[in-house]
Ligand binder design. Structure first.
Ligand code: ADP
Ligand code: MG
Length: 268
């Protein structure tokens, strides 16, 4: 019997630390999933809009954004834009998002704005199979909206000395959101980023994180790779910029690992 997937899987990239690879992973994991046939939407919930820029959506082409969706002025499908990657779309963000918290602070469904907007997406034939939400570096109402909408959280951790610092706070927030707002929420996995094989510390961090988080840590580790950091300035995912580089290959591997983990989750 064919497996029918009527609704997209909603995965959220969250970590209240900045610079750990959330946006890079949203862009490149999204591209890799699209490359292997999934229909992917990236929702940019960071006012900085780095995911939107990195996917080639210039600021001047972002008059409407996820801000308009969260305040209830536009539907999600109205703000979605195509990218240069086949099967990959983006709902861009603008700096207006900075004000959203105050604007919807007293609305009763303020934590469910994103969830409801996704539920209202028309289920067209080529509907999304994955929605990846890129969060700001904070556990604010934007991140809470993402977690309330999610099936699962993907946590990028940078291979650096303080990698684990802040992780327990994040896990606690996930537990709180699960208890109060979204009972289906789980941790999908931890992805180690910016691994540097020449640096002993990177290896030690990998060992520590695996000891602490066990098999929640993906086998795939994303190496530090200059091509990955160059790609956004060309408005391209690294897979379009340099498919052969180790960064692109790692994101392809991560995508297949995630699909594999999804199959196991569904079978359970
Ligand atoms: P976050 O969204 O968590 O703030 P970013 O994805 O924006 O983090 O990454 C922070 C910085 O690190 C960016 O300049 C990005 O280009 C760079 N970076 C991320 N991943 C890699 C990598 N694998 N190799 C090299 N540079 C990376
Ligand atoms: Mg970011």
């Amino acid at each position: 019997m064919a497996i029918v997937n009527p609704r997209p899987r909603i995965l959220v990239l969250a970590n209240q630390k900045g610079g750990v690879g959330k946006t890079t992973t949203a862009i490149n994991l999204g591209t890799a999933l699209a490359a292997i046939g999934e229909r992917v939407l990236i929702v940019d919930l960071d006012p900085q809009g780095n995911a939107s820029t990195g996917l080639g959506i210039d600021r001047k082409n972002r008059s409407i954004s996820t801000y308009d969706v969260l305040v209830g002025e536009k539907s999600l499908s109205e703000v979605i834009q195509r990218t240069a990657v086949p099967r990959l779309d983006v709902a861009p963000s603008t700096l207006d998002l900075l004000g959203v918290e105050l604007e919807i602070a007293s609305a009763k469904n303020r934590a469910y704005r994103l969830r409801d907007a996704i539920a209202d997406l028309p289920a067209e034939e080529d509907g999304y199979t994955y929605i990846l939400v890129d969060c700001p570096p904070s556990l604010n109402l934007l991140t809470i909206n993402a977690l309330s909408a999610a099936h699962a959280v993907l946590v990028p951790l940078q291979c650096e000395f303080f990698a684990l610092e802040g992780l327990s706070q994040l896990l606690k927030t996930v537990e709180q959101v699960k208890a109060a707002l979204n009972p289906r929420l789980t941790i999908h996995g931890i992805v180690l980023t910016m691994y540097d094989a020449r640096n002993n510390l990177s290896g030690q961090v990998v060992a520590d994180v695996r000891q602490f988080m066990g098999d929640k840590v993906y086998d795939t580790i994303i190496p530090r790779n200059v091509r990955v950091s160059e790609a956004p300035s060309y408005g391209k995912p690294v897979l379009l910029y340099d498919l052969k580089c180790v960064g692109s290959q790692a994101y392809l591997k991560l995508a297949s690992e995630i699909i594999q983990r999804e199959r196991t989750l569904r079978a359970a």
